[in-house]
Design a protein around this ligand. Structure first.
Ligand code: HEC
Length: 89
């Protein structure tokens, strides 16, 4: 695995606990899938979380810890993941 590829997978793994492996959320989960989300949408949402108040929510805290570069590469990664129709959204 190349260095950038390893880095993006490591970053994406941070999201997997809640948003599912490769961004495909479990059918039983109420948390949105990230797989196949248009990259502009993911970037926009992460930027909104960075500015969100209160700052104590999971996503607000997480987004503040990510650089623009990390967010961009996550957006590209999740956009390219297939969304499985048997799973929630
Ligand atoms: C500890 C659980 C947790 C982790 C880890 C997590 N999220 Fe979330 N995420 C949530 C919850 C809960 C929501 C919905 C509630 C909210 O908006 O705060 C959410 C919402 C989102 C949304 C908005 C979805 C929508 O369609 O409105 C995006 C985008 C998102 N997360 C991206 C990410 C990314 C990227 C990562 C990894 C860097 C990540 N999340 C890691 C719990 C998590």
């Amino acid at each position: 695995m190349s260095q950038p590829e390893l880095m993006i997978k490591t970053n994406a793994a941070m999201c997997a606990q809640c948003h599912g492996t490769f961004g495909v959320s479990q059918a039983s989960s109420t948390i949105a899938s990230l797989a196949a989300m248009p990259r502009e949408e993911l970037i926009q949402k992460m930027q909104a979380y960075k500015l969100a108040t209160p700052t104590s929510s999971v996503m607000a805290r997480l987004a503040r810890g990510l650089t623009e570069e990390q967010i961009n590469s996550l957006a590209i990664f999740f956009e390219s993941q297939p969304r499985q129709s048997t799973l929630k959204n």
